[in-house]
Write a protein that binds this ligand. Structure first.
Ligand SMILES: [Zn+2]
Length: 211
């Protein structure tokens, strides 16, 4: 970004900050029913969500913003609670009960069996923040649609993939942002989830499209 606009923009709620990264010490452990699954060296309650290991991050918002990265905790929270990705407040319109959502070419995928819905990894954006979200990212303006959704539910994760190495260590395969369905019991044990993907239902164009 350049020019005076950049200085007025807030750092969006979902953006990761440099001080939030945590070392990931991972290994494979045997599952009670056979097979292996990825785990932390020092397991804690809450490491897993929807049957997949989730990357550990801090939620302090300290350090320089990492403009191309999302903070996993906040992205997840936005998806589960329908919080705005820019301001972090509830995004649902109290009058209509519908959730405003900017659907972009890169973060939205149609599903063959759902003509009015699809999958997205981008959280909702409240109506007040939509102009700012579109201004922050000129690309968003070109390849996006401002919609509302009736509801959503967790459907998949984006994940880094690991394979067992010597002494049970987990070795990154080099694959990032692999989309894995929450029903895929074959791949989930080898995944470290970084983003939650939801299926949105009953998408409609926003009543007052911006821009
Ligand atoms: Zn907002």
């Amino acid at each position: 970004m350049k020019g005076p606009v950049a200085t007025r923009l807030r750092i969006p709620y979902v953006i990761a900050h440099a001080g939030e990264a945590v070392p990931q010490r991972l290994r494979f452990v045997r599952r009670p029913l056979g097979g292996l699954r990825l785990a932390y060296d020092d397991p804690r309650r809450g490491d897993e969500a929807y049957g997949v290991l989730r990357v550990r991050v801090r939620g302090t918002r300290q350090g320089a913003p990492q403009w191309r990265m999302l903070n996993t905790l906040r992205q997840w929270r936005c998806m589960e609670r329908h919080l705005c990705q820019v301001c972090g407040e509830p995004a649902t319109d109290p009058a209509s009960g519908r959730i405003p959502w900017i659907m972009t070419d890169t973060a939205f995928r149609e599903l063959p069996d759902d003509p009015t819905g699809g999958l997205t990894s981008a959280p909702p954006t409240c109506e007040a923040c939509i102009p700012e979200a579109l201004a922050t990212c000129p690309q968003l303006h070109i390849s996006s649609a401002v919609c509302t959704a009736a509801r959503s539910e967790p459907a998949a994760v984006l994940a880094d993939m690991f394979t067992p190495g010597p002494n049970g260590r987990a070795v990154h395969t080099g694959e990032h942002n692999v989309e894995i369905s929450l029903k895929d019991e074959t791949l989930l044990p080898y995944a470290l989830a970084t983003q939650l993907v939801v299926q949105v239902h009953d998408l409609r164009p926003a009543p007052h499209p911006v821009g």
